[in-house]
Design a binder for this molecule. Structure first.
Ligand code: DAH
Length: 352
């Protein structure tokens, strides 16, 4: 049996112990842990409370009040301690997360699409709009496809190692393609007509570098093979390309030329977009600017690819992408496209 005075003593003792405990808590977690220990169901205070039932009514009322005030004191102590901790944490967090908004921000450079890439994309767009698809071939190409299949005689000067890069150890059987024309062969060998493709890509020649030559450059090839294709189709198609690229009201002309893999062959000129035919610095007084080589696919080439030249005819063309880009952007030295000089590249900013 617990007496009233014993209980009173226990409550007072536990109040003191609990308050000390609360006082000693170092952070919110230890404070909360202490709360269960001093006020929880198994805490000394709860246990002392169970002694209340042994007392008479007056004592029970009296000590019951004491017990409640002990609990309330402890709760209050916890709450005020908690407030202190919370304030301390907030201050720490402010300190940790403080940003100096007056510092200059990080500077991100915004890049832009390279003018050659943009030119290529817009060329491709024009032909895709005409129903062409895009074909690709390897840059290290079989000499057979780069030359023989394209009707280039063995003694042709372009085959000389002083003009063409051959891959070491291949006995000149593999070269860095000098043109995108071998992609024509690969396409014709891989599927029957009708064929409407453009083939953009890198090409290589052992040329001395100057304002209009680099040893690596881009070309875009075109090939159409179908029943009943004529030179009128060739001219109409290329006129569409030239007008979309240089100006809708410009004239084009075909000038006879020679390429081993087309017969007849031509070069296409577009009316000078600067002087409109009068003659100026851009067109070197000609009034016309040469933009590409083209022609009707030679029956030899069709046969080489297993296509019957009696049933099918076709046209082909090939253009230098640097040249088109230089003309349409007014760049006078194509080496600028390869020097990564931001002063030049920035002039062609924008994403596409
Ligand atoms: N391959 C030629 C060159 O590099 C360009 C060319 C001319 C391509 C006539 C053609 C073509 O497809 O028909 O000079």
């Amino acid at each position: 049996m617990t007496t009233a005075s014993e209980l009173r003593e226990r409550f007072e003792k536990e109040r003191a112990a609990a308050l000390q405990r609360v006082n000693e808590a170092t952070d919110i977690a230890s404070l909360e842990e202490g709360r269960t220990r001093v006020l929880g169901r198994k805490s000394p205070i709860s246990q002392a409370r169970s002694g209340l039932k042994d007392l008479n009514d007056a004592e029970r009322k009296d000590l019951g009040q004491l017990a409640n005030s002990v609990s309330a004191d402890i709760e209050e102590a916890i709450a005020s301690k908690r407030a202190v901790f919370e304030e301390r944490e907030t201050k720490l967090r402010w300190e940790r997360e403080r940003v100096d908004v007056t510092l200059p921000g990080r500077h991100y450079e915004v890049g832009s699409i390279h003018p050659l890439t943009r030119t290529l994309w817009s060329l491709i767009d024009i032909f895709v709009g005409l129903g062409y698809s895009v074909a690709e071939g390897p840059e290290a190409e079989l000499s057979t496809l780069n030359f023989d299949a394209l009707n280039t005689p063995f003694e042709h000067p372009s085959r000389s190692p002083s003009d063409t890069f051959y891959v070491k150890g291949t006995d000149e059987e593999v070269c860095l393609r000098t043109q995108t024309s071998p992609v024509q062969i690969r396409v014709m060998q891989s599927k029957p007509p009708p064929i409407y493709v453009v083939a953009p890509g890198r090409t290589y020649r052992r040329d001395a570098q100057d304002a209009t030559h680099t040893s690596q450059f881009f070309q875009m090839e075109g090939l159409a093979v179908d029943k009943g294709i004529t030179m009128a189709d060739l001219k109409g198609t290329l006129q569409r390309f030239a007008r979309a690229t240089f100006g809708e009201d410009l004239d084009v002309r075909l000038r006879p030329h020679f390429f081993p893999f087309t017969e007849p062959s031509a070069e296409m000129d577009v009316e000078c977009f600067t002087c409109r035919g009068a003659g100026c610095r851009i067109c070197k007084g000609e009034g016309w600017i040469e933009v590409l080589g083209c022609g009707m696919v030679d029956p030899f080439v069709l046969e080489w690819c297993g296509i019957d030249p009696e049933t099918y005819t076709g046209f082909a063309f090939g253009m230098g992408v640097e040249r088109i880009a230089a003309l349409s952007h007014g760049v006078s030295d194509i080496r600028g496209f390869y020097e990564n000089d931001l002063r030049l590249l920035r002039q062609f900013g924008g994403m596409a």
